[in-house]
Design a protein around this ligand. Structure first.
Ligand code: HEM
Length: 242
Protein backbone atom coordinates (compact mmCIF):
# COMPACT_ATOMS: atom_id res chain seq x y z
CA UNK A 1 0.00 0.00 0.00
CA UNK A 2 2.81 2.40 0.88
CA UNK A 3 4.50 1.75 -2.45
CA UNK A 4 1.24 2.46 -4.30
CA UNK A 5 0.68 5.68 -2.32
CA UNK A 6 4.16 6.87 -3.28
CA UNK A 7 3.51 5.99 -6.96
CA UNK A 8 0.19 7.86 -6.79
CA UNK A 9 1.89 10.97 -5.31
CA UNK A 10 4.58 10.88 -8.02
CA UNK A 11 1.94 10.58 -10.77
CA UNK A 12 -0.05 13.48 -9.30
CA UNK A 13 3.10 15.65 -9.30
CA UNK A 14 4.02 14.69 -12.88
CA UNK A 15 0.51 15.48 -14.16
CA UNK A 16 0.37 18.77 -12.21
CA UNK A 17 3.67 19.79 -13.86
CA UNK A 18 2.34 18.88 -17.33
CA UNK A 19 -0.86 20.84 -16.68
CA UNK A 20 1.16 23.93 -15.65
CA UNK A 21 3.34 23.52 -18.75
CA UNK A 22 0.27 23.33 -21.00
CA UNK A 23 -1.17 26.47 -19.42
CA UNK A 24 2.14 28.30 -19.89
CA UNK A 25 2.28 27.21 -23.55
CA UNK A 26 5.46 25.20 -22.98
CA UNK A 27 3.84 22.03 -24.32
CA UNK A 28 0.93 21.44 -26.70
CA UNK A 29 -2.00 19.00 -26.68
CA UNK A 30 -5.03 18.69 -28.99
CA UNK A 31 -7.82 21.08 -27.88
CA UNK A 32 -10.37 18.28 -27.59
CA UNK A 33 -8.10 15.91 -25.60
CA UNK A 34 -9.39 15.14 -22.08
CA UNK A 35 -6.04 16.45 -20.81
CA UNK A 36 -6.63 19.92 -22.37
CA UNK A 37 -10.27 19.87 -21.31
CA UNK A 38 -9.44 19.33 -17.62
CA UNK A 39 -6.45 21.69 -17.68
CA UNK A 40 -8.58 24.54 -19.10
CA UNK A 41 -11.75 23.80 -17.11
CA UNK A 42 -13.28 26.93 -15.56
CA UNK A 43 -15.08 26.29 -12.30
CA UNK A 44 -18.42 27.83 -11.20
CA UNK A 45 -16.56 30.71 -9.52
CA UNK A 46 -14.85 31.57 -12.85
CA UNK A 47 -11.42 30.24 -11.83
CA UNK A 48 -9.20 27.53 -13.26
CA UNK A 49 -8.68 24.44 -11.11
CA UNK A 50 -5.37 24.43 -9.25
CA UNK A 51 -2.82 22.26 -11.09
CA UNK A 52 -2.99 19.76 -8.22
CA UNK A 53 -6.79 19.43 -8.33
CA UNK A 54 -6.75 19.22 -12.14
CA UNK A 55 -4.18 16.38 -11.87
CA UNK A 56 -6.45 14.49 -9.45
CA UNK A 57 -9.45 15.01 -11.74
CA UNK A 58 -7.47 13.64 -14.66
CA UNK A 59 -6.63 10.53 -12.64
CA UNK A 60 -10.32 10.26 -11.70
CA UNK A 61 -11.05 10.02 -15.43
CA UNK A 62 -8.30 7.49 -16.07
CA UNK A 63 -9.10 5.11 -13.19
CA UNK A 64 -12.52 3.89 -14.37
CA UNK A 65 -11.29 3.58 -17.96
CA UNK A 66 -8.38 1.39 -16.82
CA UNK A 67 -10.83 -0.60 -14.65
CA UNK A 68 -13.20 -1.16 -17.57
CA UNK A 69 -10.19 -2.44 -19.54
CA UNK A 70 -10.18 -5.42 -17.17
CA UNK A 71 -13.84 -6.15 -17.96
CA UNK A 72 -12.93 -5.96 -21.66
CA UNK A 73 -10.23 -8.57 -21.10
CA UNK A 74 -12.81 -10.73 -19.29
CA UNK A 75 -15.27 -10.20 -22.15
CA UNK A 76 -12.69 -11.49 -24.64
CA UNK A 77 -12.06 -14.50 -22.38
CA UNK A 78 -15.79 -15.16 -22.04
CA UNK A 79 -16.26 -15.04 -25.82
CA UNK A 80 -13.41 -17.51 -26.21
CA UNK A 81 -14.86 -19.80 -23.52
CA UNK A 82 -18.43 -19.59 -24.93
CA UNK A 83 -17.96 -20.01 -28.70
CA UNK A 84 -21.69 -20.44 -29.34
CA UNK A 85 -22.44 -17.03 -27.79
CA UNK A 86 -19.59 -15.55 -29.81
CA UNK A 87 -21.14 -16.90 -33.02
CA UNK A 88 -24.61 -15.57 -32.14
CA UNK A 89 -23.28 -12.07 -31.54
CA UNK A 90 -20.99 -12.20 -34.59
CA UNK A 91 -24.04 -13.16 -36.68
CA UNK A 92 -25.52 -9.77 -35.90
CA UNK A 93 -27.81 -10.40 -32.95
CA UNK A 94 -27.38 -6.98 -31.34
CA UNK A 95 -29.90 -7.61 -28.58
CA UNK A 96 -27.58 -10.35 -27.21
CA UNK A 97 -24.62 -8.04 -26.61
CA UNK A 98 -25.67 -6.21 -23.44
CA UNK A 99 -27.03 -9.34 -21.66
CA UNK A 100 -23.75 -11.07 -22.50
CA UNK A 101 -21.76 -8.15 -21.03
CA UNK A 102 -23.90 -8.31 -17.88
CA UNK A 103 -23.28 -12.04 -17.49
CA UNK A 104 -19.54 -11.35 -17.84
CA UNK A 105 -19.86 -8.83 -14.99
CA UNK A 106 -21.72 -11.43 -12.92
CA UNK A 107 -19.43 -14.41 -13.48
CA UNK A 108 -15.88 -13.05 -13.87
CA UNK A 109 -14.06 -12.08 -10.69
CA UNK A 110 -13.38 -8.36 -10.46
CA UNK A 111 -14.17 -6.89 -7.09
CA UNK A 112 -14.80 -9.46 -4.33
CA UNK A 113 -16.24 -7.45 -1.43
CA UNK A 114 -17.04 -3.98 -0.14
CA UNK A 115 -16.64 -3.01 3.48
CA UNK A 116 -18.12 -0.44 5.79
CA UNK A 117 -18.78 0.27 9.45
CA UNK A 118 -22.27 -0.15 10.90
CA UNK A 119 -23.75 3.33 11.54
CA UNK A 120 -26.11 1.92 14.19
CA UNK A 121 -26.66 -1.48 15.84
CA UNK A 122 -28.76 -3.88 13.75
CA UNK A 123 -29.67 -7.53 13.41
CA UNK A 124 -29.63 -9.31 10.07
CA UNK A 125 -30.78 -12.92 9.96
CA UNK A 126 -29.62 -14.23 13.32
CA UNK A 127 -26.50 -12.06 13.46
CA UNK A 128 -26.20 -8.96 15.58
CA UNK A 129 -23.92 -6.06 14.55
CA UNK A 130 -22.77 -3.38 17.00
CA UNK A 131 -22.39 0.28 16.09
CA UNK A 132 -18.97 0.80 14.48
CA UNK A 133 -18.46 -2.87 13.69
CA UNK A 134 -16.88 -3.67 10.32
CA UNK A 135 -19.19 -5.41 7.87
CA UNK A 136 -18.11 -6.97 4.58
CA UNK A 137 -20.61 -7.57 1.79
CA UNK A 138 -19.55 -10.53 -0.34
CA UNK A 139 -20.15 -9.42 -3.93
CA UNK A 140 -18.28 -12.37 -5.45
CA UNK A 141 -20.42 -15.12 -3.89
CA UNK A 142 -23.72 -13.24 -4.05
CA UNK A 143 -23.30 -12.91 -7.81
CA UNK A 144 -22.74 -16.68 -7.96
CA UNK A 145 -25.52 -17.72 -5.58
CA UNK A 146 -27.31 -20.72 -7.08
CA UNK A 147 -30.57 -19.76 -5.32
CA UNK A 148 -30.70 -16.58 -7.42
CA UNK A 149 -28.92 -17.89 -10.53
CA UNK A 150 -29.38 -21.59 -11.32
CA UNK A 151 -26.19 -23.02 -12.92
CA UNK A 152 -24.44 -19.95 -11.46
CA UNK A 153 -20.96 -20.30 -12.94
CA UNK A 154 -22.16 -20.49 -16.53
CA UNK A 155 -22.97 -17.56 -18.81
CA UNK A 156 -26.69 -17.54 -19.69
CA UNK A 157 -27.47 -14.14 -21.25
CA UNK A 158 -31.18 -15.00 -21.33
CA UNK A 159 -31.43 -14.56 -17.56
CA UNK A 160 -30.57 -10.92 -18.23
CA UNK A 161 -29.39 -9.42 -14.95
CA UNK A 162 -28.91 -5.68 -15.49
CA UNK A 163 -27.45 -2.51 -14.00
CA UNK A 164 -31.08 -1.32 -14.08
CA UNK A 165 -31.90 -3.75 -11.24
CA UNK A 166 -30.91 -1.52 -8.35
CA UNK A 167 -31.19 -4.22 -5.70
CA UNK A 168 -29.21 -6.72 -3.66
CA UNK A 169 -29.07 -9.70 -6.05
CA UNK A 170 -26.87 -8.53 -8.91
CA UNK A 171 -23.98 -6.56 -7.46
CA UNK A 172 -20.79 -6.51 -9.56
CA UNK A 173 -20.24 -2.83 -8.66
CA UNK A 174 -21.79 -2.72 -5.21
CA UNK A 175 -25.38 -3.18 -4.09
CA UNK A 176 -28.57 -1.25 -3.43
CA UNK A 177 -29.93 1.79 -5.22
CA UNK A 178 -27.38 4.34 -6.43
CA UNK A 179 -29.79 7.21 -5.70
CA UNK A 180 -29.78 6.29 -1.98
CA UNK A 181 -26.73 4.08 -1.44
CA UNK A 182 -23.11 4.01 -2.54
CA UNK A 183 -23.72 1.70 -5.48
CA UNK A 184 -21.42 2.64 -8.38
CA UNK A 185 -23.00 5.28 -10.62
CA UNK A 186 -20.74 4.21 -13.52
CA UNK A 187 -22.35 0.85 -14.22
CA UNK A 188 -24.36 1.87 -17.29
CA UNK A 189 -21.27 3.52 -18.76
CA UNK A 190 -19.20 0.40 -18.04
CA UNK A 191 -21.77 -1.83 -19.76
CA UNK A 192 -21.95 0.53 -22.71
CA UNK A 193 -18.15 0.50 -23.22
CA UNK A 194 -18.03 -3.29 -22.74
CA UNK A 195 -20.78 -3.67 -25.35
CA UNK A 196 -18.79 -1.60 -27.86
CA UNK A 197 -15.74 -3.76 -27.15
CA UNK A 198 -17.74 -6.99 -27.58
CA UNK A 199 -19.10 -5.70 -30.90
CA UNK A 200 -15.53 -4.91 -32.01
CA UNK A 201 -14.18 -8.29 -30.86
CA UNK A 202 -16.92 -10.30 -32.56
CA UNK A 203 -17.54 -8.34 -35.73
CA UNK A 204 -14.53 -6.26 -36.66
CA UNK A 205 -11.41 -7.91 -35.30
CA UNK A 206 -10.10 -11.12 -36.86
CA UNK A 207 -8.00 -13.02 -34.33
CA UNK A 208 -7.34 -16.39 -32.75
CA UNK A 209 -6.71 -16.97 -29.07
CA UNK A 210 -3.29 -18.56 -28.61
CA UNK A 211 -3.19 -21.89 -26.73
CA UNK A 212 -2.28 -20.81 -23.17
CA UNK A 213 -3.03 -21.21 -19.48
CA UNK A 214 -5.99 -18.95 -18.62
CA UNK A 215 -6.10 -19.81 -14.90
CA UNK A 216 -6.60 -16.70 -12.77
CA UNK A 217 -4.65 -16.50 -9.48
CA UNK A 218 -7.07 -15.55 -6.69
CA UNK A 219 -4.44 -13.74 -4.62
CA UNK A 220 -4.52 -10.53 -6.66
CA UNK A 221 -7.21 -7.87 -6.98
CA UNK A 222 -8.54 -7.56 -9.56
CA UNK A 223 -7.19 -10.79 -10.96
CA UNK A 224 -6.40 -11.85 -14.54
CA UNK A 225 -4.50 -14.68 -16.21
CA UNK A 226 -0.84 -14.20 -15.30
CA UNK A 227 0.19 -13.74 -18.94
CA UNK A 228 -2.89 -11.73 -19.94
CA UNK A 229 -4.82 -13.09 -22.91
CA UNK A 230 -2.61 -13.80 -25.88
CA UNK A 231 -4.29 -13.40 -29.25
CA UNK A 232 -2.96 -13.68 -32.77
CA UNK A 233 -4.43 -11.07 -35.05
CA UNK A 234 -4.96 -12.25 -38.61
CA UNK A 235 -1.75 -11.26 -40.46
CA UNK A 236 -0.20 -9.83 -37.28
CA UNK A 237 2.26 -11.14 -34.69
CA UNK A 238 1.07 -12.29 -31.25
CA UNK A 239 -0.41 -9.51 -29.07
CA UNK A 240 -1.06 -9.68 -25.36
CA UNK A 241 -4.08 -7.96 -23.79
CA UNK A 242 -3.71 -7.10 -20.14
C1 HEM B 1 -14.69 -1.77 -13.92
C2 HEM B 1 -15.49 -0.78 -13.70
C3 HEM B 1 -15.96 -0.40 -12.33
C4 HEM B 1 -16.04 -1.12 -11.17
C5 HEM B 1 -15.64 -2.58 -10.93
C6 HEM B 1 -16.60 -0.24 -10.16
C7 HEM B 1 -16.86 -0.63 -8.86
C8 HEM B 1 -17.32 0.22 -7.88
C9 HEM B 1 -17.60 -0.17 -6.51
C10 HEM B 1 -17.49 -1.59 -5.95
C11 HEM B 1 -18.00 0.94 -5.85
C12 HEM B 1 -18.33 1.03 -4.36
C13 HEM B 1 -19.77 0.69 -4.07
C14 HEM B 1 -20.08 0.78 -2.58
O1 HEM B 1 -19.24 1.22 -1.78
O2 HEM B 1 -21.19 0.39 -2.23
C15 HEM B 1 -17.96 2.04 -6.78
C16 HEM B 1 -18.27 3.34 -6.47
C17 HEM B 1 -18.18 4.39 -7.35
N1 HEM B 1 -17.91 4.32 -8.71
FE1 HEM B 1 -17.48 2.66 -9.74
N2 HEM B 1 -16.83 0.99 -10.72
C18 HEM B 1 -16.46 0.95 -12.05
C19 HEM B 1 -16.58 1.93 -12.99
C20 HEM B 1 -16.95 3.23 -12.70
C21 HEM B 1 -17.13 4.28 -13.67
C22 HEM B 1 -16.98 4.09 -15.18
C23 HEM B 1 -17.44 5.42 -12.98
C24 HEM B 1 -17.73 6.80 -13.45
C25 HEM B 1 -17.89 7.15 -14.66
C26 HEM B 1 -17.49 5.07 -11.57
C27 HEM B 1 -17.76 5.96 -10.54
C28 HEM B 1 -17.94 5.58 -9.22
C29 HEM B 1 -18.22 6.53 -8.14
C30 HEM B 1 -18.33 8.05 -8.28
C31 HEM B 1 -18.39 5.78 -6.97
C32 HEM B 1 -18.70 6.29 -5.56
C33 HEM B 1 -20.20 6.24 -5.32
C34 HEM B 1 -20.58 6.68 -3.90
O3 HEM B 1 -19.78 6.54 -2.98
O4 HEM B 1 -21.74 7.10 -3.72
N3 HEM B 1 -17.20 3.75 -11.44
N4 HEM B 1 -17.57 1.58 -8.03
Amino acid sequence: MWRELVRRAVLERQLATLISQLREGEIKAPEDAPFSFVARWIDNDGKQLSAKVAAVELINLLCPIVAIGRWILFSAMALHQNPQRQEEIAAGEDERIEPFAEEVRRTYPFFPAIGGRALRPFTWGNKHFDKGQWVLLDLFSTNRDGRIYPDPLMIHPERAPSWRDQDFRFMPHGAGDLRKDHRCPGEWLTVSIMSSAIRLLTREMRYKVVDQDLAMPMNRLPTRPTGGLLIRLADHPVQSAR
